[in-house]
Ligand binder design. Structure first.
Ligand SMILES: [Cu+2]
Length: 120
């Protein structure tokens, strides 16, 4: 029993120290996840809960054929390192995927993916 408790305490402290070290989490984006837009966006903006990068930063918007719809100009804000953005090509109605990769302050690479839709 004591061994089990010790294990739980150790596991708990590992988890809490991990979160204490700013593992970046996506908190907001425009377009937002799963939104349906009546007008094609001209840019994509992501905000994390802490500063990220500058290494390993990537942001891509793809259509259902897998073609890149961003202009390959993903960059972090000069003042706000938690803000990642890119400009987009002219988009027709359809479903689009957003994929991102950033490095947290604790060194961990965080990746994620979401979708949004453009309708006429
Ligand atoms: Cu982490």
């Amino acid at each position: 029993m004591r061994k089990i408790i010790l294990f739980l305490v150790m596991a708990g402290s590992l988890i809490s120290s991990h979160y204490a070290m700013a593992h970046a989490i996506l908190v907001r984006s425009t377009p937002e996840k799963d939104t349906v837009l009546q007008q094609a966006p001209e840019r994509i903006d992501l905000w994390f809960d802490a500063g990220v990068g500058p290494k390993y930063t990537a942001l891509a918007v793809v259509n259902t054929d897998g073609e890149r719809m961003d202009n390959g100009d993903a960059r972090l804000g000069t003042m706000d390192k938690s803000h990642l953005s890119a400009t987009l090509k002219t988009m027709i109605p359809g479903r689009y995927g957003v994929r991102y990769r950033v490095q947290s302050e604790d060194g961990h690479i965080v990746t994620g993916k979401f979708f949004f839709q453009v309708i006429e």
